[in-house]
Design a protein. Structure first.
Length: 418
């Protein structure tokens, strides 16, 4: 007897069970040994919860293709799996620990925390796979994988080493988007630009060889900044090559306020004559644009923040480099006052000190975009760190060639250009 109302929970789970028991979706079945293969690797969903509407649409489209090719007699493999999604999973587990009033990851230690993450993976991963089965996804469930499986991890290491030996993977010290809460580098896609009502601080940098006098503009150059705390890592002041106001100063030096570091005045087109004072501080270790300016002019990279966004001034040999003697006592006092302070607490103290010594000219309200981590919600810091990079340009050549000669085809065709 047919039920009056359609009961999806009962019917869908029963049908899914029948299909799986019959091995209906298994690839490599004896009767299709010589059939032409058709393969889709599922874009692995993150093991951080349950599937959403986007997954439902995406997997339905894949399922249609797989079922269609099976009906045409091809040996179809729809490879299922889940992704470890490190940062997101860590956040979910940490939230769970907090809700249960259990010790945090730092208190329990790395080994025990990893155990909890694997425990979470077992729970959440099972939910996702069962949801896919309920959707009727015709994956070969006997081949289910997880991105941190031992076999997959070994394969990643093998390929990594091979690419490294071929010079296609290399290590370099560059700036990354650093999340000081989650203590990890994040991609540009995970950064949200948020409009913030902040300030623009105008600072007087004394010219070398002149007696600094806040009342005498000939004894200093004014730079404008939205992040005064990073001035401790300045290694130059930049002006535009065609800015006549500063032409006579290019090649000369200033003494970095509070710190006493001797730094050059350079000409670079990055400096905008129409913005602020027309002169900008250059901090290659704490700003993406400054990093490029630093490379062009071979400037030192002096980092003054640690992974948690706190001032790291001692021990910091780079910070103490190129200091003018008369400022030595002052810099030791500065380190004692600021070392270990949170970046925004330090900002207030630095501004107060600049004002005290006559280095602060004025403060203007300034609305600007500030990068935030989309998961943590905290302000992202450009952070200088060793990272691995792939020579994508070289690796892309064979792939581009395959598209051009028709070995790889895109549907619709216009994606071939992309």
């Amino acid at each position: 007897m047919i039920e009056k109302n359609y009961q999806p929970a009962d019917i869908e789970s029963r049908m899914s069970r029948i299909w799986e028991e019959a091995g209906a979706f298994k690839a490599g079945r004896p009767e299709r040994r010589h059939a032409k293969p058709f393969t889709i690797v599922i874009p692995p969903p993150n093991v951080t919860g349950s599937l959403h509407m986007g997954h439902a649409l995406n997997n339905t489209l894949q399922d249609i293709l797989c079922r269609f090719e099976r009906m045409r007699g091809r040996d179809v493999l729809w490879q299922p799996g889940t992704d470890h999604a490190g940062i997101a999973t860590q956040m979910v587990v940490e939230r769970q620990l907090m809700e249960r009033q259990e010790p945090g990851r730092r208190d329990m230690g790395r080994a025990r925390f990893l155990e909890r993450v694997w425990q979470w993976k077992a729970e959440s991963g099972g939910v996702i796979i069962n949801q896919l089965k309920r959707l009727g996804a015709s994956c070969d469930w006997s081949r289910e994988r997880f991105t941190m499986d031992e076999g997959l991890s070994r394969a990643v290491i093998k390929v990594f080493v091979e690419l490294y030996r071929e010079g296609l993977i290399y290590k370099d010290k560059r700036l990354v988007n650093w999340d000081p809460k989650l203590l990890t580098a994040i991609s540009d896609l995970e950064v949200q630009q948020v409009e913030v009502k902040g300030s623009l601080w105008y600072l007087r940098y004394p010219l070398e060889g002149k007696t600094f006098d806040p009342e005498d503009p000939a004894s200093f150059i004014v730079v404008a900044t939205t992040r005064p705390e990073t001035m401790l890592g300045d290694t130059a002041v930049a002006v535009h090559p065609e800015d006549e106001r500063y032409a006579h100063l290019v090649g000369k030096h200033v003494i970095l306020p509070l710190v006493g570091r001797k730094i050059p005045i350079i000409a670079d087109e990055y400096s905008d004559p129409e913005k602020g004072s027309g002169a900008v501080k250059v901090t290659p270790a704490h700003d993406f644009n400054d990093f490029e300016v630093g490379r062009r002019h071979n400037l030192p990279q002096i980092g003054v923040l640690d992974q948690e966004g706190k001032l790291s001034l001692s021990p910091n040999f780079d910070f103490k480099s190129n200091i003018v003697d008369k400022f030595v006592f002052q810099i030791d006092q500065l380190i004692a006052d600021l070392n270990g302070l949170d970046r925004f607490v330090a900002r207030k103290r630095i501004v107060a000190r600049l004002e005290e010594f006559g280095f602060l000219e004025k403060i203007e309200p300034n609305t600007h975009m500030v990068p935030h981590g989309d998961r943590s919600g905290v302000i992202i810091e450009p952070y200088l760190t060793d990272q691995w990079y792939v020579d994508a340009k070289t690796l892309a050549q064979p792939a581009i060639a395959a598209v051009r000669r028709g070995a790889t085809s895109f549907v619709p065709k216009n994606w071939g250009k992309t």
